[in-house]
Design a protein around this ligand. Sequence first.
Ligand SMILES: [Zn+2]
Length: 494
Amino acid sequence: MSEKLGLFLFSWILSWGFTAVKQLSITYDYIVNDGVVVVTDISNINSANNNDSLYSPDQQISNEDNLQTEEQSSSCDDEEFWSATSAKLIKGGDQIYLAFPNNPLKNKIVNLNLNFIPTTMSYRSFNTSFHMHGIKTIKVSVRDEFDTIDVNLIGGLASNPIESWDVQLQALGVNNKVCFTKNVLSLAPSSFSNYVNLESFYVPGVISPADENNFDINLFGKNEIANEMEYLDYFQNIQKLKSLNKYLPEPSEAGVSMLTKTVYLDEKAKLVSDSLWYRNILHGEVVIGLFGDVKKSELEVISKIIKLLHIVAPNLDIKYSDNAEEVNLPIHIVGCEELFSQKVNQCKDRAAGTFTPPNTYGTLERGKFGYIWVDANYTPEYRQHVVVHELGHALGLGHNLCYDSVMSYSDYAPEVPFFTVLDLMQLRVLYDSKLPKPLGEKYTIQTLDLDYEKYKEFDEGEKNVCEAKQAGWSDLVEFQRGIIEIDEIYEGKK
Ligand SMILES: [Zn+2]
């Protein structure tokens, strides 16, 4: 835990349409971008692992040494140099051959990147957000007059492929500042063979079969009847978990109060009002998928959260799918590299994770729950924390300043990879079966038969919500922490 102290979670919400209208009334951090309001919602990171940085310091130093000894006749943006530079596809399209009139270092080019930029990508649209995985940067040698680069790219979904890539040479001078860029090729998926469709991450045996959207019961490897019996067992286990909902602590005034507040980026120490009316919540059939640079530990976290939600939100039909086409709540795990930051979400030095709420004016049913992005350049432990934090947003949670919450903005809060008592108390309110959808606080209090005066005490700060932890949640926390098995919770309640 201590190594992670000093790291802060940082995420933001891109929001538009209806949500944007709501957010406009709040005086926080707005960046108006092509008429789209971008709300940055958490701040601060300082320790992305840049192990695979494109600009290794060693390389840089030796290049600069070299620069001083080479003749320095031309500059980086020298027209003659660039007009004589050529790029062509070879080996049936699977390699790009680059030729320069002289070695780029002679033109004070210290680093040279070949960037692959999907032309159909838009971070704002659910479907083309999958194209963020097609962004790639490959380092080109600056010491030679030619270089050969392998073309090896990830496309979009089979149903919505990347239509083409712009292939761009990007030259960086001393200080690693971009000094020239040039589009050298356009690539279509049909023009090379090392192209793969984006797929949802899967490792057998992690997700319970009945929590998989399209589990193939033949994988049990027995006869048909035995397989169906086993599957039925898993299915009944879900029903058992849902039946545990009635043993949970009741919805609380403190839970409602926490839901009516949040914390924004530029005022990290300040709790502010956040209406319950427009809360993003999950409903109906939710299908999660993990995409990109995923680790098994992230699938394990999802497996636990799904089980937990069977108990806390039994009306939710939430599953995981290894079929990308079925996923309606994708979690994209991609490293926040320079080009990615520039083209996708300006994550560099700003965000470790984001939740992008659905476009409520949109007609794309599949995108009705929005999507999550998590920076792959972190330790597995911290990534798990970010995954759970962003899922918290997808489920309807805002930020708080309590010590003990996965949604905390407090600098002192440990980055836990699970929903704590305070988080569970809020989920209990949001997903109570008496609430048809998020209501304002008064209606919520009324519908859940709570005491408005008690709520006011928390709301007005007479009582501290952070200290209002209910008893009765410890087994759900222990399950998430791997201390007890989910079956033990059921056995204990029978
Ligand atoms: Zn957040």
